[in-house]
Design a protein around this ligand. Structure first.
Ligand SMILES: NC(=O)c1ccc[n+]([C@@H]2O[C@H](COP(=O)([O-])OP(=O)(O)OC[C@H]3O[C@@H](n4cnc5c(N)ncnc54)[C@H](OP(=O)(O)O)[C@@H]3O)[C@@H](O)[C@H]2O)c1
Length: 332
């Protein structure tokens, strides 16, 4: 038996409950892990409320795809991992099939990456979703190169911060966008070449000025909605507006026609394109691990909670005061 977070119907944070469940043995291609820390993501809020890109298929439902811990048991056909190995899970599976908000969890072996030496469990639960999303979108799919400029909104989010670090490591110039001046200094410290406060500054004007009128080769947009009209104006000729989140919760127009049909690529992206393709995941894991070893990449953890305080942790996750990741720790 193990304790796991379940929810029996869609709703707010209060629908989550820590319950005793049977964990069992891993099946073919699966491993059972002892979970030491869990990285919380907006995806879980969306899944719990019925707004995620896939619906909840059955109740009680589980949550969570990003965790760090140790392998306890391996199923038939699993090679490369042994009991005792320090690992993290990457979000390569559906929450309808597995959930890591638990003391122990069964996950596909294909979703495991080794935890680099020196990275503790909290750090190991805080890096993969952000860096896989940023690397996969900007480099693997987007083809970002040295000298390119990338504009990042929601830059204080865990993905936004990872995108700042990835751009820096590639030799590109990251311009951060945040809604208020509260996080400006922190974003400059995290490596932003410039920070635009969208609540009081004209984003398009500022980006065009910063790039000598050329515009940015990439806009990495977590917000979507009507704001894409402005963002599309700052994309350099042939550049790409990558939509990877929908924080605005509003409908997103396609602004190409009203802008006179410029050479604008507009594309949606999820890290599943990286995490579920073994060759892409192999390259991404190598890139992220090398960045972590060099110190260029690091977990940015805003706050930790105990597993027993999961409801409070989700309430905090839904407030926008933080910078970086919320991590839940599991005592054994
Ligand atoms: N496509 C993928 O594979 C993928 C993977 C992971 C995450 N995501 C998405 O990436 C986004 C960031 O996720 P996260 O978990 O790192 O952080 P998050 O908690 O969703 O983002 C927090 C930050 O986003 C900004 N923000 C929130 N609501 C906003 C709004 N309506 N308009 C503009 N900015 C807003 C705020 O920053 P300021 O107050 O500084 O503006 C806030 O601190 C989410 O949309 C998430 O769904 C996508």
């Amino acid at each position: 038996m193990t304790r796991a977070v379940l929810f029996h119907g869609l709703g707010g944070p209060e629908v989550m409950r820590l319950e005793e469940v049977e964990v069992g043995e891993p099946g073919p291609g699966e491993v059972r892990i002892r979970v030491d820390a869990i990285g919380l993501n907006r995806a879980e809020v969306l899944f719990r409320t019925g707004h995620y890109i896939e619906p909840v298929k059955r109740f009680p439902a589980r949550l969570g795809t990003e965790a760090a811990g140790a392998v306890e048991a391996v199923g038939e056909g699993v090679t490369g991992f042994r009991p005792g190995d320090a690992v993290s899970t990457v979000p390569a599976f559906s929450q309808n099939d597995h959930g890591v908000y638990a003391e122990r969890a069964i996950v596909p072996a294909a979703a495991l990456v080794r935890r680099p030496e020196g990275l503790d469990a909290v750090g190991g639960a805080a890096v993969w979703m952000p860096y896989l999303t940023a690397y996969g979108g900007l480099v693997e799919v987007g083809g970002m190169r040295p000298g390119d400029t990338v504009v990042l909104n929601a830059a204080s989010s865990s993905v936004g911060l990872a995108a700042l670090h990835v751009a820096e490591r590639i030799g590109a110039t990251p311009i951060a966008v945040t809604r208020t001046a509260a996080k400006k200094e922190a974003l400059l410290k995290e490596g932003a070449a410039d920070v635009i406060v969208s609540g009081s500054e004209d984003v398009a004007e500022r980006v065009l000025a910063a790039t000598g009128g050329r515009g940015a080769e990439y806009v990495f947009d977590a917000v979507a909605g009507p704001g894409v009209r402005d963002l599309a104006r700052v994309v350099a000729e042939g550049g790409t507006l990558l939509l990877y989140g929908a924080l605005s919760g509003r409908e997103t127009p396609y602004p190409g026609f009203e802008l006179g049909m410029p050479a604008l690529n507009m594309r949606t992206y999820t890290m599943l394109e990286t995490a579920r393709r073994p060759e892409r995941l192999r390259r991404a894991a190598a890139f992220v691990t090398s960045g972590l070893r060099s110190g260029a990449f690091r977990p940015v953890v805003d706050r930790t909670f105990d597993l027993g305080d999961i409801v409070e942790a989700h309430r905090y996750l839904e407030s926008d005061a933080r910078i970086g990741k919320v991590v839940v720790t599991v005592a054994h």
